[in-house]
Each structure stands twice: as structure tokens, then as C-alpha cells.
Write a protein that binds this ligand. Structure first.
Ligand code: MG
Length: 263
């Protein structure tokens, strides 16, 4: 994998394709893509300009907008705060549409058991500085962004061990400075985005635009076709996306420009 090419120098070629597509599905990751990364994941906020750009986009005809995250669905919806969007939470395990319909691929039993696992992990990791255990409806995330290296290493070891020995047969997913314990199965951001795009198109697959910054977003970039547009948010890191932008501020600018070419 190589770092993708910068988007703006190619904009003259990309914009007409985005303008001409009969249907467009614009999906984006949340943390680090739309919302700047902050020290504590609980403080992540969507910038007002980005919210305005998303609102403008989702009012356009033949265009669907979705936000995708490892966050729980309810948490994600609260942080974005817009109707008219698709929301995909917990790495594709749960989602909702603009008509308010919810879908979750996990049962109540799993949700109860994963809470117990979260509690057990919290107790085990609470001695370690800078570790934050986030208990979600259908998963547990252990964040180590603010931990010194020895604590991060110890936490990673304990979480991996817990995942291996848990009777729940959880799936371990490693993201940027985070370990996620997810329901078993194959669902990931890529499968969820492509499945929703298929439903949105109702027989005609839309051109998919996807923005993401994390290793877990590669599951989307990997599945995009030659006509789709994958945009990695970051500083020259390797990715399967076709293009890159350097920051959430640039991602916002992209959404504004996209609205302009579709209006
Ligand atoms: Mg992200």
C-alpha cells in the first residue's frame, strides 16, 4: 500500500464525475474524519461548519448521506444531531435510516453479556494510567491514546487475553489507539456501507464516496469499485483509498464543494 494522491490537484477530474453520477451515496467515518481527534473520545464534537455541510448535502435529490463509526448508534446520532442521514454504529453491527428504522444484528443476551465483560475489563484495567474503557450497547472499546507505553502494552495484552478466553467468542478489532471487542460475525464498516448503498440505490448501485482516517476504514476502501471515490484523511499514510485530504477541516471543505457541484 502507498499513500494516496492528494485530492485537490485531481479535483478538476473528480468533480465532473461526482456531478454526473445519477445517484450518489456519501458515507463518512466520524472521529478523526469529520470530528477532530481529541484526548478523550467523550469530548469529540462535530464542527458547526461540517454539520451545515452535511445538512446541505442530505437535502439534495439523488444523494444519500451516511455517518459510520465504531461508536454505538445512539451516541453517534447524538453527536451528529441531524435527521435525514443514515447512521452506521458499532462497526456496522447496528444502523438506522432517515425514516427512523433501526436495525441491529445482535440479541439482548449478547448485549447483557458484553456489559459483564466490560465491567470485568474495567476492574482489571483500572490500575493502569490513561486507559479508558468505553462500554457500548453491543461492544466494549478500550482506548489507550492517553496511556504511557507500558500501560498501553499491558492493556493490550490483558484485552487480547480476555477476548481469547471469553465464553462470548467476541471478535477483537484493532483501531487507532483502541481495541474493540465486538459481536462475532463478519460485519465491518465495508460490508455495512456497501450493503446500505445497495439498498439506497434500489437496483442501481450509486457511486459511493467514502471518507475515513482509521485502519478500520480500510475495510470500506478495499471494497470500493473503480468508479467510487475513497478519500483517506491523514498525513501521507498508506491506504487503499484513491485520494487523501489532510484533516477534518479539509473533509468539511470537500463536503461543501461536493454540495456545490450537485446543486
Ligand atoms: Mg476515525
Amino acid at each position: 500500500m502507498k499513500p494516496p494522491a492528494r485530492l485537490w490537484p485531481a479535483w478538476k477530474r473528480v468533480a465532473p464525475r461526482l456531478a454526473a453520477a445519477p445517484r450518489l451515496a456519501v458515507f463518512s467515518d466520524f472521529d478523526g474524519t469529520l470530528a477532530p481527534i481529541i484526548r478523550h473520545p467523550d469530548q469529540a464534537r462535530l464542527p458547526a461548519a461540517t454539520r451545515a455541510a452535511l445538512r446541505r448535502l442530505c437535502r439534495l435529490p439523488r444523494l444519500a448521506v451516511g455517518v459510520v463509526s465504531g461508536r454505538a448508534l445512539g451516541d453517534l446520532r447524538r453527536r451528529v444531531g441531524l435527521d435525514g442521514l443514515y447512521y452506521i454504529g458499532t462497526h456496522g453491527v447496528e444502523w438506522s435510516g432517515p425514516n427512523g428504522r433501526h436495525h441491529a444484528a445482535v440479541g439482548a443476551r449478547f448485549k447483557a453479556r458484553i456489559q459483564e465483560l466490560g465491567q470485568a475489563l474495567e476492574a482489571k484495567l483500572k490500575q493502569l494510567p490513561g486507559i479508558y474503557v468505553e462500554r457500548k450497547t453491543a461492544s466494549v472499546a478500550v482506548h489507550y491514546r492517553n496511556a504511557p507505553m507500558h500501560a498501553a502494552e499491558r492493556a493490550r495484552y490483558l484485552v487480547r487475553r480476555e477476548a481469547k478466553h471469553s465464553p462470548l467468542r467476541v471478535r477483537l478489532l484493532e483501531g487507532k489507539k483502541v481495541l474493540e471487542l465486538l459481536p462475532p460475525g463478519e460485519m465491518d464498516k465495508g460490508r455495512a456501507v456497501l450493503e446500505l448503498a445497495r439498498r439506497i440505490g434500489a437496483g442501481h448501485r450509486p457511486l459511493v464516496v467514502y471518507l475515513g482516517d482509521d485502519v478500520t476504514d480500510e475495510s470500506v476502501f478495499r471494497r470500493l469499485g473503480a468508479d467510487d471515490v475513497g478519500i483517506h484523511i491523514g498525513r501521507n499514510e498508506p491506504s487503499r483509498a484513491s485520494y487523501r485530504l489532510s484533516s477534518p477541516a479539509e473533509a468539511c471543505r470537500f463536503l461543501e464543494r461536493l454540495a456545490k457541484v450537485r446543486e
